[in-house]
Every structure is written in C-alpha cells, then in structure tokens.
Write a protein that binds this ligand. Structure first.
Ligand SMILES: Nc1ncnc2c1ncn2[C@@H]1O[C@H](COP(=O)(O)OP(=O)(O)OP(=O)(O)O)[C@@H](O)[C@H]1O
Length: 225
C-alpha cells in the first residue's frame, strides 16, 4: 500500500531530513511513526501526500510510483487518502457539517449523497448531534474528531495522521487512537506519527522509529524502547 525504497530527502540549503529510508505498510495494516523532534516524521508523511518530493529513492502508494508525480496527478493521489493534522485545520466560521462536507463538495458530489456520507462520517466519530454547530464551541477532542470525520468522509484506503493527539490529554488521546483502530479494522491502512510513547506501547502495531532521518532496525529499536 505504502512502500519506501531507499528514500532520502534533502531540503534546499539544509542537511538531510531523511536518509535511505525503506519500509512497507501493507494494505489494511496500522503503524506508528515515532522519533525525536526533527527526526523526519513530518517529512516522511509529506512524501506520502506528495507535499514534498524525495531527493533520491522511490515512494510507492497503492501501486503507483509517486516519486516524480506531476501536479496534474496529485488530486487523484489525494483522493485515495485522508489526512489528519495536529491542529485539525477546521474552518471555524463554518458548521461541522460544512467542514466534513468540504472534500465531497470539491469532488462535485450531489447534495443527497453529501448529506448521507457526512451523516455516516459524523455518526462514526460520535458527533452527529453537533452537525450544525461551529467548531469553536467544541472541545479539543471533539474538534479533532471533526477533522477525522472530514478525512474519512470519502472512504479513503489510507489514513495519514501527523501528531493527531498532540494537544489532547491521555484519555482523549486514547479515544482518538481507538477510533483509528476502528477504521483499520474495516480495512483502512493507517499511519500515525506520534510522540505519545506510553499510549503507543499499549497498542500492538508496527512501529517505525526515526532517528536523525534514519529508520532504526529491529535490534536498534529494542534498545530505545
Ligand atoms: N521546509 C523545510 N525546509 C528546510 N528544512 C526543513 C523543512 N522541513 C523540515 N526541515 C528540516 O528537516 C528535519 C526533519 O524535520 P521534520 O519536520 O520532518 O521532523 P519531525 O520528526 O516531524 O519533527 P517534530 O516532531 O518536531 O515535528 C529537521 O531538521 C527540519 O529542520
């Protein structure tokens, strides 16, 4: 589903952010991406969403080599994935419904279809009764769940999350991780970058550990755990 082959990334005028990173996340699997601040986690995720291109190596998503993807093909790639950010990037002057509907409006879905899908996504994250509220009146955990509903509303095969629980307390963080597990259980591949080591330790999924841009192998990983 996602495959990195000897991927390096050097930002212009800076040192190497990723060095010869290789890994695979198979269809329907869930994994955590961890590592110190500046280790390269966001960079790795940005290569999957084609917000950045690798300087060397190959990135495969759903069977396509996206290392040199053209701008024209990026919308097709992004349609296959839902992306969740720490600050959830919600439109605060629009309703929860409008926020979740946005990807479908952009895709030109009919209003009937939009209503059905948004209701299903909000139901999944437990916020159906908040559809007509603006996100400002919601708690941090609820706002993050709106972000998750928006990410899953067009049923992507892959979910990518960059520090989705960064601003939340442990109980709410666990709730969010459990939600990701539910999507994974129905076949969605999930990759979550997180600093939340105690929570990750409680969940038994593949762990990718970055250190100064390099992925640790199994024995190195054991040493840092
Ligand atoms: N747009 C950019 N231009 C130049 N250097 C960058 C850019 N983005 C990231 N870097 C550098 O690349 C390295 C990896 O950064 P990245 O944001 O991927 O790390 P991270 O593991 O996500 O860190 P954090 O946990 O603090 O968010 C860092 O040294 C960072 O300064």
């Amino acid at each position: 589903m996602i495959r990195f082959e000897q991927v390096s990334k050097i930002y212009p005028g800076s040192q190497r952010a990723l060095q010869k990173v290789s890994f695979q996340l198979e269809q329907g699997k869930m994994a955590f991406l961890t590592g110190h601040s500046g280790a390269g986690k966001s960079t790795l995720l940005k290569l999957i969403t084609a917000m950045e291109r690798p300087s060397d190596g190959k990135v495969w998503v759903n069977g396509d080599d996206i290392s040199r993807i053209t701008h024209r093909k990026i919308p097709y790639l992004r349609r296959q994935m839902g992306v969740i950010f720490q600050d959830h990037k919600l439109l605060m002057d629009r309703t929860v419904f409008d926020n979740v509907a946005l990807p479908l409006v952009i895709e030109g879905y009919s209003m009937g279809n939009i209503k059905r899908r948004v209701a299903a996504a909000l139901d999944k994250v437990g916020l159906l009764d908040k559809a007509n509220c603006t996100p400002v009146i919601l708690s941090g955990g609820e706002q993050q769940r709106v972000g998750i509903a928006r990410a899953v509303v067009n049923k992507p095969a892959i979910l990518i999350a960059d520090e989705p629980t960064g601003n939340l307390d442990p109980a709410l963080s666990l709730e969010i991780f459990r939600l990701f597990e539910e999507f994974n259980r129905v076949g969605v591949a999930v990759l979550i970058a997180s600093h939340d080591l105690s929570l990750i330790a409680k969940m038994h999924y593949q762990r990718l550990i970055l250190q100064n841009g390099q992925l640790l192998n199994a024995s190195q990983a054991e040493e840092v755990q």
